[in-house]
Every structure is written in C-alpha cells, then in structure tokens.
Design a protein around this ligand. Structure first.
Ligand code: P6P
Length: 337
C-alpha cells in the first residue's frame, strides 16, 4: 500500500523541489489547514453543538450572520495571529482589515478569507466551505499595513485554496504549481494527499447558475444559457445538465472534480454592483485554482486574476470552469459590445 502523504510532507517536498513554499508560508498553510479542521468539527456538530441559526448581527455585506460564520472567523483569527507568519488579515465577516497585534511578531504575508462560504446552507445540512487567499506584504514601505496593501490583483497570490465541509472534509490548494487535494483523516486528525495535478476538462455538458435570476441577466448570458437549454436540437448539438448548490465552494469543487461552468454574472437587480461574489476572497482564489487546473475564469470581459481591486470588499461578475465554455461566454460578451 502506498504510504499516506500528509499535508506537511507535501509542503516540505514541494519546498525542496522548487522553493515555492518558504518556511513562513508552510507554517501559514498548516495553520489554515488546522483551522479548517477545527471549523469542520464545529460544522459537523450541527444542532448538537448549538451552532445553527443566526447570530442576529450583520456583516459588512449587510447579511445576517450565522453563528457558524462568526465561529469560523474567530477560529481563523485566533489561530493565525500569533505565529509570526502574517502582517494582517481580511475577512468577509469584518468591515476592515485585522492587524496582527503588536504583542506578536509581524510576518511577510497577508491572509484573506471567507470563513464560511455558502452559510445559507448551514441549517439545511448542505456542503459549505472556507475560502482563503495569500498575498505578500508589499516591500515598498515600512509603515503599518493598511487596506491599500491588500488591493493587489489576483495574479499576485502566492497561495490559494478552500476547504469543503461535505461528506468528506477536503482541502484544495495551489501555490502556483498545479492543484492538490487533501482529505481529512478524522481518526488521525490530519489531511492526507488524495489527488495531485487536478485537471478541469476543457469541454462540459454541465452549467451552474441561479436560473431564478434569468429575467435580470444581460443578453450574452441569456444567449449562452438559452443555447444550452435547447440541447442537441439547438446550436450546441448536445444536451446540458444543470447544477446549483448555492455554495460556491461546493460548485467549484464539482467543477474541479468533473468539469463544468459556474456563473454568477452581473444582473440588473442591483446594476451598480459588478456582481454578487467578492473579488478578493472568493473570485480570486477560486479563479487561480481553476486556472492552475487548466480551466479559465473571467468576469465576462477579462481575466479575473488581472483585475486591479479598488476596494477590499469589491464584488465581481464570475464565469469560471471548463476553458472552452468560459471562452464561449466571454466571446458572447465581446460580440455584444
Ligand atoms: P444565490 C453564498 O452565499 C454565495 O456567496 C456563494 O457561495 C454562492 O455561489 C452564491 O452566494 C449563491 O447565491 O443568490 O444563488 O443564493
């Protein structure tokens, strides 16, 4: 039987191989993984842990927070603040950045996360997850870290990943050399390498979008979905399937596992917003993972990873997954201009 490769061994060997994971980054990734393990344990308790339901507070997005949103956020903050690997953190659940307290050593990295994505699914026992993105602290100033230091394009990420809390708890990670998946061995309490070099098929017959918003979409999105719905009698010449879990982590995990295209496009319900999903800690990490697995990710017009953020909680339109489908949707947007 091949020996199990732990996350720690994988990170050490990746560092030995190409130097992509310096010690501080390895520590950061191991601490994030341990945080995800603890969040998984809290999620799995469900009603028995008294963690379901809302916390009757709102986050910066104006969304009512779930108790587990706050628990997951606190787990990540408390686990990462003292290790000396971070200068600051940013979270979907916090209005402003969180500076590592002066009583702890300051590190080289900035950690951004959505501590519990898909939290509307918590109370109905559907997969949810944690999404994280790692940037380097800018070298060009020695003053304290400010929000503007986080405003780096997604192509500056040094690590990105998510942990999906489903039938298995699976950590999915990239440091720029492909995508690896680690499954939590609950008996040992450690993540074990279960897939390397993940590849997204370039073509698919499966799309993921919230169809209830159809009347609000822009014409290029409407055209693309209409053609899929026409099936093999239509211009695509094949039938399509649809999935929508309303948990980006679960939908992206399915796409990394078997292909597909995920769309949360701009729509006219709130035309001033570019989209629903957040650029810095949802779209950027997921887009890098998808690209590292051979897929593509645009906002309908340009590569998501090339977008220059202007605000920490900036939203973006997202089309990601199987390369040929993403290119088709993006071409329809270009033709409509
Ligand atoms: P809707 C979850 O709240 C989330 O941010 C993503 O995980 C998910 O893809 C999307 O929103 C679901 O949005 O409008 O379908 O509920």
């Amino acid at each position: 039987m091949t020996s199990k490769i732990s996350l720690t061994r994988y990170l050490v060997e990746q560092q030995r191989q190409d130097g992509r994971i310096p010690p501080q980054l390895r520590l950061l990734l191991e601490v994030v993984a341990r945080s995800c393990k603890n969040i998984s344990y809290a999620v799995n308790k469900g009603a028995l842990g008294g963690v379901l339901g809302t916390a009757s507070t709102e986050n910066v997005q104006g969304e009512i927070q779930k108790k587990l949103d706050i628990i997951a956020n606190e787990v990540l903050i408390e686990a990462n603040e003292w290790g000396g690997h971070l200068a600051a953190m940013a979270s979907e659940e916090m209005d402003s950045i969180y500076l590592v307290p002066n009583r702890y050593p300051q590190g080289e990295y900035l950690l951004l996360f959505d501590p519990l994505d898909g939290s509307s699914n918590i109370d109905v026992n559907v997969s949810i997850g944690t999404i994280f993105s790692v940037l380097k602290k800018p070298d060009d100033h020695d003053a304290g870290i400010e929000e503007k230091d986080f405003l780096q394009a997604g192509n500056k990420q040094v690590a990105a990943g998510y942990c999906v809390y489903g039938p298995q708890t699976t950590l999915v990670l990239t440091v720029g050399d492909g995508v690896a998946m680690f499954t939590l061995d609950r008996e040992q309490g450690s993540f074990v390498l279960t897939q390397e070099n993940v590849q997204v098929p370039a073509d698919t017959k499966e799309f993921a979008i919230n169809m209830s918003n159809m009347r609000h979409w822009a014409p290029p999105v409407r055209k693309y979905i209409d053609e899929c719905l026409q099936g093999k009698e239509g211009p695509r010449g094949k039938d399509f399937n649809m999935r929508w879990i309303a948990s980006m982590v679960a939908d992206v995990h399915r796409i990394l596992t078997r292909g597909g295209v995920f769309m949360y496009p701009w729509d006219k319900r709130e035309p001033e917003k570019a989209g629903k999903l957040r650029l810095m800690y949802e779209a950027n990490p997921m887009s890098w993972l998808i690209e590292q697995a051979g897929g593509a990710a645009t906002n309908g017009h340009q590569r998501i990873l090339d977008l220059q953020p202007t605000k920490l909680h900036e939203r973006v339109s997202v089309v990601l997954g199987s390369k040929n489908e993403v290119e088709r949707v993006t071409a329809y947007h270009r033709e409509a201009q």
